[in-house]
Design a protein around this ligand. Structure first.
Ligand SMILES: [Zn+2]
Length: 492
């Protein structure tokens, strides 16, 4: 299991303002956290800050907690069902901080208090004052801490402090030189270590996945349970007639194309032939740092919309809608891109997710012509234009760059809408709804209201594909293709 910590930009700012003092002294602070448990990673989400009261901590050279403060914070954590975090600052230091002997002693001493009261491990965190870098460790027992791999502050700007011992700084390869010259080695080394998941391996997802691989990311996952069909070939650039004839999974096709585009020294692909609307899909998604939503149906988008807030994983979403005149000529096209993070409105508040459509999608009614006619709805538009699908992936990738590289010191913009007929770019004025159920569930972690369900339908599709035998001619072509690709990938 890997470990990490995430917090909203707002919580991070509150903790930073307290821990970095004008007099340059060290300070201490308590906070509470909840867990967000994935398959391979457990994340502590900082829930609330417990500021010290009068006389509850000593600030002189090495700042220290009084046991009264730790007890009060532990009891507050327990009352809320949270764990306890103890934080302190190293004002003159930069980068991931290790523990001094004294820090070790303090944390291992309070480990028992925290676990005894909250029944959860103590979380220790340090802030390096010179570059506001965070570091974190979990105390599962008294003897030694288990270090986290990263600490993420999530707001329109994603800021990550990496533990270089656990997630090594990737070396810059020759094919990455142009990319690195645009944002510097520091940004490259942070972006390259992000674990990014692309949900939906269609035209947009396939394009996004390949460009992430080309950017030098070391780990990219793709989630889709569907296969490539001939009708997809106009937009899934790189997918072949053989892929469609074999009925290859979109994930496998993405994986092949990513391998050939990847510039990282060692590139890790995670194939998830599952549905994000199923608990297995959600657990897999919780292992990632950023998610691209390249799906167009209401239910999967609702699941991702929720995860962005409950588990502090930025979700980059968008899509395209085309409009025709009654005689079939093109009227307009609109594509959108927005990033769901605390501080930016969710898809529902943006009007990009109709809550009432989620149960209809679950019941399969959105594909049922009888229902659609009876409800006087328009059939879901399946139109798309090959020449425009890259516009959507480009818009999503630009959001990713703003989120992670902060061009001009800025993070992701307000939600964007590109109008094709006039070529205008509009910034949405939509704001978060004060009563938005999604945003009010921010940092719920494992106590999130489940909207994913165990279903057999997508499992049957994956099973059928895995057990289907293709004609000999196609299998022979696939084998030849495989040999050729292996040979090419060995070229330096
Ligand atoms: Zn909302």
């Amino acid at each position: 299991m890997r470990y990490s910590v995430a917090m909203t930009g707002e919580v991070e700012a509150a903790m930073r303002d307290h821990l970095i003092r004008e007099d340059g002294q060290e300070d201490v602070l308590a906070a509470t956290y909840v867990l967000s448990t994935g398959v391979e990673r457990t994340t502590a989400l900082i829930k609330s800050v417990v500021f010290p009261g009068e006389g509850e901590r000593l600030v002189h050279g090495n700042a220290s907690f009084t046991s009264g403060y730790v007890l009060r914070a532990s009891n507050e954590a327990r009352a809320a069902g949270h764990g306890l975090a103890l934080l302190h600052s190293h004002p003159g230091s930069r980068g991931w901080q290790l523990l001094s002997d004294m820090d070790w002693e303090t944390e291992s001493e309070y480990e028992r208090v925290a676990r005894g009261i909250t029944k959860m491990p103590l979380l220790g965190m340090t802030l390096g004052g010179r570059d506001t870098s965070w570091s974190a460790r979990f105390w599962f027992d008294r003897s030694a801490p288990t270090w986290a791999e990263s600490v993420r502050s999530v707001s329109p700007k994603l800021a990550v402090t990496w533990n270089n011992e656990i997630r090594r700084i990737p070396s810059i390869t020759r094919s990455q030189q142009r990319t690195v010259s645009s944002w510097g080695e520091r940004t490259q080394s942070s972006i390259a270590r992000l674990r990014v998941l692309v949900v939906g391996g269609g035209s947009v997802g396939l394009d996004v996945a390949q460009r992430l691989a080309a950017t030098g990311l070391a780990t990219v996952g793709v989630m889709d349970y569907d296969a490539v069909e001939t009708v997809n070939l106009d937009r899934m650039i790189g997918a072949t007639r053989l892929d469609a004839a074999l009925g290859r999974s979109k994930v496998k096709v993405a994986s092949r194309l990513m391998k050939s585009a990847a510039t990282a020294e060692s590139f890790e692909i995670h194939n998830h032939e599952v549905s994000i609307t199923d608990p297995v899909g959600v657990s897999a998604a919780l292992d990632y740092d950023v998610i691209f939503s390249c799906v167009d149906r209401p239910w999967p988008r609702a699941v991702l919309n929720a995860l962005a807030y409950t588990d502090l994983i930025p979700v980059i979403d968008g899509g395209i809608a085309l409009d025709t005149f009654p005689d079939g000529r093109m009227r307009n096209g609109i594509w959108r891109a927005h990033t769901l993070v605390p501080g930016r409105p969710c898809m529902a508040c943006l009007g990009q997710l109709v809550i009432g459509d989620i149960p209809l999608d679950k019941q399969g009614l959105l594909d049922d012509p009888e229902y659609i006619a009876g409800a006087h709805r328009e059939a879901p538009s399946r139109q798309n234009v090959a020449a425009l699908s890259a516009s959507v992936s480009a818009a999503l990738l630009a959001q990713f760059v703003s989120l992670t590289a902060h061009p001009g010191g800025r993070g992701v913009p307000a939600p964007l809408r590109h109008v094709l007929s006039t070529h205008t770019l509009e910034h949405s004025v939509a704001t978060s709804g004060p009563y938005c159920a999604y945003e009010n569930a921010t940092t719920a972690g494992d106590t999130r209201t489940p909207i994913a369900e165990h279903r057999e339908d997508w499992r049957a599709i994956v099973y059928e594909r895995a057990t289907k035998k293709s004609p000999f001619r196609l299998r022979a072509l696939a084998a030849a293709e495989d040999i050729l690709q292996r040979a090419i990938s060995r070229l330096k």
